[in-house]
Design a protein around this ligand. Structure first.
Ligand SMILES: Cc1cc2nc3c(=O)[nH]c(=O)nc-3n(C[C@H](O)[C@H](O)[C@H](O)COP(=O)(O)O)c2cc1C
Length: 377
């Protein structure tokens, strides 16, 4: 099994080495030093660290910074028109020559929706190394991405969903634990789910997401058979994330116990569990006895202006989904501050490249102290 920090690869010559692989002896045998995994080779990246597509928060600046640092930046593009996907992809291309990904939500509402998503995926695959799909059946989109040469990664919340993604032709799955920030498909802690998914879809590569915010978490995921990790909250607290400074600060000041998991922010995307920081709005709703939709405090009143990733502006009603960007003009306590339990270990705001470097150095140190694969986390 691929459970080590060091990968011994046979029959590889220096001509086709992926970044990060250093030949340490002549001939057919090389030793990959560092955290590089076979999935890194397929993606053409150095470190097995993905920055999750996070809607407007994961814009071109963040994506390029992560990719330039040797990880895979994933552009948040859910719902963006194909023309906008191309425009934002082209902006990433101006900032980096390295591989990057593009993320879409595939929660479709019939064939018209599916056709729209197919066009989004086709537009992304013109420039991206991978598309990362979430919240639905990836079947209708795999061929579209593959035709353009992009890999398909599917974020899943269960071993059954992972099986289905594998059967649909996915190139890798991301096992999302219930600790995750943003919308949460998983209902199981990631440390239970990850080994289940690895066993269910082997030899398909598996990444871990949810609750991972430091190198110790990365190392633990690799020990459990992951070939990479996908982190959201850690990268919201980066210089480049397109997020309000107070939102970033609160992530660094919060712990897992200060997150809320439920379906409170359901306008524009109902019946979709998510995890956010416990803001005053969450406390007010709880103090009101957790009333159902339609009877919640201030329901429907605008909280400010939502600026979408395309720059389009719209009124933002209470309990509606969206990202509080740098110029959010309302009260930050009314906005959904998406964050995972990983906020416990996210205690500073720093450049995304530094985040990647620190994660890798910490994980290498953790794995160096325990070089043999552990039987459990
Ligand atoms: C601010 C934010 C926005 C997110 N938006 C998306 C999204 O648009 N698409 C998606 O596939 N996942 C999204 N997610 C979930 C991530 O893919 C990932 O599962 C999660 O961030 C992992 O947990 P962590 O935040 O503890 O790292 C978002 C997460 C956050 C924190």
């Amino acid at each position: 099994m691929l459970l080590r920090a060091r990968w011994h690869l046979g029959m590889v010559t220096t001509g086709n080495l992926a970044p990060g692989l250093r030949p340490v002896c002549a001939g057919f045998m090389i030793e990959a030093v560092g955290l590089g995994t076979p999935l890194c080779q397929r993606l053409g990246i150095e470190h097995p660290v993905l920055c999750a597509g996070m809607g407007a928060a994961a814009g071109p600046d963040l994506v390029a910074a992560v990719s330039n640092a040797g990880g895979l930046g994933v552009l948040g593009a859910a719902g963006a028109p194909p023309k906008e996907v191309r425009r934002r992809g082209a902006r990433v291309r101006e900032l980096t020559g390295r591989p990057f990904g593009v993320n879409f939500i595939i929660d479709d509402d019939g064939e018209d929706d599916r056709e729209y998503i197919r066009q989004e995926v086709a537009a992304a695959a013109e420039q991206a190394a991978a598309v990362v799909l979430f919240w639905g059946d990836p079947g209708p989109y795999v061929e579209v991405a593959h035709r353009a040469g992009a890999l398909v990664l599917v974020q899943v919340g269960s071993a059954n969903e992972a099986h289905a993604a594998d059967a649909a032709g996915a190139d890798a799955v991301i096992a999302q634990g219930v600790e995750a920030g943003g919308h949460v498909r998983g209902t199981t802690p990631v440390w239970e789910l990850l080994p289940q998914v690895v066993a269910a879809v082997a030899p398909l590569p598996v990444l871990a997401s949810g609750g991972i915010g430091d190198g110790a978490g990365v190392a633990r995921a690799l020990r459990l058979g992951a070939q990479g990790v996908s982190l959201g909250t850690r990268f919201v607290a980066s210089d480049e994330a397109w997020a309000h400074p107070e939102y970033k600060r609160r992530i660094t000041a919060s712990t897992a116990a200060e997150t809320f998991y439920g379906e409170l922010f359901d306008a524009w995307w109902p019946e979709a569990p998510h995890r956010v920081l416990r803001t005053r709005l969450v406390a007010e709703w709880e103090a009101a006895g957790r009333p159902p939709r339609g009877q919640r405090p201030g329901e429907g009143t605008p909280i400010g202006t939502l600026v979408r990733s395309s720059g389009e502006k719209t009124d933002w009603p209470r309990y509606a989904v969206g990202v509080a960007g740098p110029d959010f003009d309302g009260d930050i306590d009314d906005a959904p501050l998406w964050a995972g339990e990983s906020c416990t270990v996210v205690n500073d705001i720093k450049p995304a490249a530094q985040i990647v470097r620190d994660l890798v150095a910490e994980a290498e140190a953790a794995l160096g102290q325990s070089p043999e694969p552990a039987s459990s986390g």
